[in-house]
Structure formats: C-alpha cells, structure tokens
Design a binder for this molecule. Structure first.
Ligand SMILES: Cc1cc2nc3c(=O)[nH]c(=O)nc-3n(C[C@H](O)[C@H](O)[C@H](O)COP(=O)(O)O)c2cc1C
Length: 446
C-alpha cells in the first residue's frame, strides 16, 4: 500500500432525520427535522466544528413515488426544505464549511441555476457547490408538464450542454468589471461584460448573468452519475464525484476509469476528487456500534423495508414476501440500473433475502457501511484512500444529530491523529478546502 502524501477530503451528507429509513423513529433524531431550521443550524455548526470540507444537501423535485401506506410511514423526501434556500440560511450561521446542493438539469433552466449558485457563492464568500444531477426520481417529470422523464442518454446530453451554458454565464463579468467609480459615475466597465449568445441543441441563452463573477470564479461542481454517460459528464465537468461502490476493488476500478477519461477534456486527475458515500456506525466499543445499528434496524416497518428495496432497485416487489430472495427482474428505471447491478451482485454473493437486504442497506442507501470503533473505521477508510479507491468520503449519518455528533466527537479526532485529514480549516473557500484551483474566465487573456 502506497502512502499518499495528501489529505483525505470529507463531506457530510445531510438528510433531515438521517440516512436510515427508520431514523425518524429514533430518539437520536428530530422527527420534524426537514422543516426545522434550528436543527439544521446546529448540525451545520457541528459539521464545521469537525472541519468537514462541506455539507451536502440532496434533492428531488417530487415526493418519492410510493403507495401511500409505505410513504406515510417514512420521513424521506416528503417534508423538507428546498436546498439552495436552506443553504443560504446555513451560510449565515457558519463561516468556513462548504455548502453543496443538488439541482437538476432536467427541470431547471441554466440561467436560473447560474444565478442561484453565483448568488449563494457571494452570500457565503466562496463556499458554494452545485451537485449536477439529471434526476433520479422519474416522478419529477409529472410536476413539470411532462408525461415521463427524459430518456437516460438524452438527459445527460442536455446536462452536458446545461453545464457549459451555466459556466458561460458565470463568466459574464470579468472579476474586476465592477468599478463603482462614484466620481466619474461609472458603475462597471463596459469592456468587461460578455453576452454568451448560446444557441445549442437544447438551450438558447443570451446572457449576461445579472450577478457578478463569484468569489470562487465558478462554484464547485459535483456529479454522482454511475452510468457511462454519467461518468463522461463527471470526467468533463465535475470537481467532486459522489460514488456508491461497495468494495475497495470496485471503487478502485471506478476511480481509475473516471480519472483516465479526464485528459481527453484537457484536465488533470487532481482536478477531481472522488468521494464514495459511506454510512458509519461508530461507538466507543464494537458492541456499542453494533447495538446502534441493530436498534435502528429494529425500527424498520416491514412495509417500509420492502418498498425501500423496491424503490432502490427500480423493480416491483409487491408480490414478494420479505423472506423471499430477490426475483430476477430488470430495473424499470434506467436511472437505477447502476445501483441495481451492484446491489444484486451483493445479494447473490451473500444469498440475502429481501428482509436481510433492507436490514443491511436501510442505513446506507446501498452504499458502503462501516461499523465499529473509531480505530476500526479509520483503518478501512485509510485502506480505501491509500489504495486509490477514493480521494475521501461523503459521510452519511444514520441519524441527525445523533450519529453526526458521534462522527464529529469520536471518528474525526482519530482521523486527525493519523494525519489523514487536516485539523480545522486552512483556507476560506470550498475550493481551498478541496485543494481545487480557482478557474480563470474564458475571456481574460483569450
Ligand atoms: C451520494 C449520491 C448523491 C446523490 N444525490 C442525488 C440527488 O440529490 N438527486 C438526484 O436526483 N440524484 C442523486 N443521486 C443519483 C445520481 O445523480 C445518479 O442519477 C445515480 O447515481 C445513477 O447514475 P446515472 O444517472 O449515471 O445512471 C446521487 C447519487 C449519489 C451516489
């Protein structure tokens, strides 16, 4: 194992009550968390105290598509704040931590997104990041005048053009365009504003943006696609990638696959950090960690558990018993195809029933789960990192604030003592935390 001479990057994935599907029933969470600003402020301040590079808030522009019975027993994506609005508030309650939000390219216009994230970057003095998704929830289409979601490859083609337009709009103004010269009566220098005049296959946008170039030049761009087109978009545009591999070998393959694509876009592999999602059950002892996980699993209602696996894989399991094995059915939604493949492989390898699967995956949403003492967990994180399976992790607390507090108080000090992560912050912007350069404008020096 090679010892990498850089630090690991850690983000924390905020989800109202926590990532576990039964989290809202635990005393370690806050049942009304999705619409409780005080709760999010406390969590953001905890994450900042721990020194995480950023907090991330995911999104879907629709409630989950599920029958009312399981939906009414779950807290996931039914009552929660719109991400960029929430992050603007959290920006005012923190001073260093990066703030990353999902916004979809399928049901937004590039101008709105460019404006929203440039504003967020100004409001937070350079701490904003945009997770570019094409929408994993097919039901979003029904809220935006469409009968069905865009076809998978097409929505990635749209996304590629969308991101290019957004970046073009972010370059509307040179960094020094606004001179505010009261004496001469000049607000900005007219030579330093640029209209985009974009006429593409999917978008027609004139510009310029009505927000000056933001502190980071471009807010940091994240992506989480697993498919061929998702990986290509990541290699072309992303600076952070959220991934979902379950083994060190599969993650190494994913890591090198994306990084090898980057030179085709004139990019160096250090310009992108790959962060697998990981759920942590951490305790002072291994037994304490196991108890926590078992307690949460015991709170899963069987109706919710079966529906959870069904949604995760995009296959109908309504005719199955929770003690059956997974039937061999193809995923109905191509958005889930990548996740489905990796979970089916695990179920087959370990001969798991539907119940065993939801007991196993409910806390992690199909991503890596690490359990044990801080030392045991840090050992695995270090192994993944030093073997080039990742550049860090996106940490998923099972309950919030409970597990987030444990990450901050137990695990982070262990990682810091090993020199795996920095202690506190060295810079002020999200780019500083992630070791990313500030991009120049396409017009300056051109
Ligand atoms: C950590 C992580 C976070 C994600 N966040 C979102 C999200 O907020 N909204 C969304 O629609 N999809 C989200 N996704 C799904 C991805 O954008 C993507 O659709 C999925 O990984 C399947 O890949 P594909 O689109 O290339 O088929 C996320 C995925 C991961 C691994």
């Amino acid at each position: 194992m090679e010892n990498r001479n850089v630090k690991m990057h850690l983000g924390v994935f905020f989800k109202n009550t926590g990532h576990h599907i039964a989290a809202w029933r635990s005393e370690q969470s806050q049942p009304d968390a999705g619409i409780n600003l005080k709760h999010y402020v406390e969590c953001a301040q905890t994450a900042e105290r721990a020194g995480f590079d950023f907090l991330f808030y995911a999104d879907s522009a629709a409630t989950r598509e599920a029958a009312l019975e399981p939906l009414s027993r779950s807290s996931q994506y039914t009552a929660y704040f719109e991400p960029t609005t929430l992050l603007a508030s959290l920006g005012a309650a923190t001073s260093r931590i990066g703030l990353v939000a999902t916004q979809t390219t399928s049901y937004n216009e590039p101008y709105n997104i460019a404006r929203r994230f440039a504003s967020l970057d100004h409001l937070t003095s350079g701490r904003a990041g945009w997770n570019v998704v094409t929408s994993g929830n097919d039901a979003e289409a029904l809220n935006f005048g469409r009968e069905e979601h865009y076809e998978h490859d097409e929505r990635y083609l749209r996304a590629q053009e969308f991101v290019e337009v957004v970046k073009g709009l972010w370059d509307s103004w040179d960094d020094d365009a606004f001179i505010y010269d009261r004496k001469e009566g000049r607000f900005f220098d007219p030579e330093k504003v640029h209209k985009l005049n974009h006429h593409g296959k999917y978008f027609k946008v004139r510009g310029p943006l009505n927000v000056p170039r933001s502190p980071q030049g471009y807010p940091v761009i994240f992506q989480a696609g697993i498919s061929e087109s998702g990986r290509e978009l990541a290699a072309a545009t992303a600076e952070g990638v959220f991934s979902g591999e379950l083994t060190v070998e599969r993650s190494q393959a994913h890591y090198s696959d994306i990084k090898k694509r980057m030179p085709r876009y004139n990019r160096h592999e250090d310009e992108l950090k790959i962060l697998p999602g990981v759920t942590i059950f951490c305790g002072h002892t291994a037994a304490e960690a196991r108890d926590k996980e078992e307690y949460l699993a015991s709170l899963i209602h069987p109706v919710v558990g079966r529906e959870y696996i069904s949604t995760l894989l995009g296959i109908d399991l309504s005719d199955c018993n929770e003690n059956d094995h997974l039937p061999d059915r193809e995923s109905k939604t191509r958005a889930k195809a990548g996740i489905a493949l990796s979970i089916k492989a695990m179920a087959e390898r370990e001969n798991l029933t539907i119940r065993q699967l939801y007991m196993r995956l409910a806390g992690s949403h199909g991503k890596l789960t690490l359990r044990g003492t801080p030392v045991e967990i840090a050992d695995t994180m270090s192994e993944w990192f030093h073997n080039h399976a990742c550049d860090g992790f996106i940490m998923q607390p099972s309950t919030m604030p409970g597990d987030l507090n444990d990450m901050a108080d137990l695990l982070v000090p262990e990682l810091q003592n090993r020199g795996l992560i920095r202690v506190g912050y060295e810079g002020t912007t999200l780019r500083d935390h992630m070791g990313l350069k500030r991009p120049g404008s396409r017009y300056v020096g051109a």
